[in-house]
Design a protein around this ligand. Structure first.
Ligand code: 2BA
Length: 108
């Protein structure tokens, strides 16, 4: 068994969940925050059989778009401690996916 961990954009999460549940995959949605942009994203957990991993990744791929986000996250320090917002274009997504081996799966 494998655990698919997918970090997706909030806008794409519901479509991924809908398609996964329609195909009878189990999925858990976690609210998460990216370390770089400090903006909300969604982490999905799905425990699946080894031979289902490719289909799950395909569903994620189909629903997750790459977007360009302009942020003023970075600042330039000027003499006299003045901070000036520095616009930065960042490409986010489609999705970041990790596939982990599951040692045990227990349902009680
Ligand atoms: P964030 O950390 O907020 O990153 C958002 C986007 O900013 C990233 O998109 C990437 O394009 C850019 N970025 C991130 N760190 C950067 C850096 N040190 N310098 C320059 N640009 C940087 P994605 O790569 O699509 O990642 C989207 C979200 O997926 C990330 O949000 C983070 O929450 C998660 N993520 C991505 N790679 C990860 C990893 N190796 N481990 C854990 N989480 C990861």
């Amino acid at each position: 068994m494998k655990l698919v961990v997918a970090i997706v954009q909030d806008q794409d999460a519901q479509n991924v969940i809908t398609d996964l549940t329609e195909k009878e995959y189990r999925v858990t949605k976690l609210a998460s925050t990216g370390g770089f942009l400090k903006a909300g994203n969604t982490t999905l957990l799905s425990g699946v059989d080894n031979d289902q991993v490719d289909e799950v990744i395909g569903i994620i791929e189909k629903n997750c778009k790459t977007r360009e986000i302009t942020t003023s996250l970075l600042t330039v320090t000027m003499p006299g401690d003045t901070y000036i917002p520095y616009p930065l274009e960042v490409k986010v997504g489609g999705a970041t996916v990790f596939v982990l081996d599951v040692e045990q799966h227990i349902k009680i």
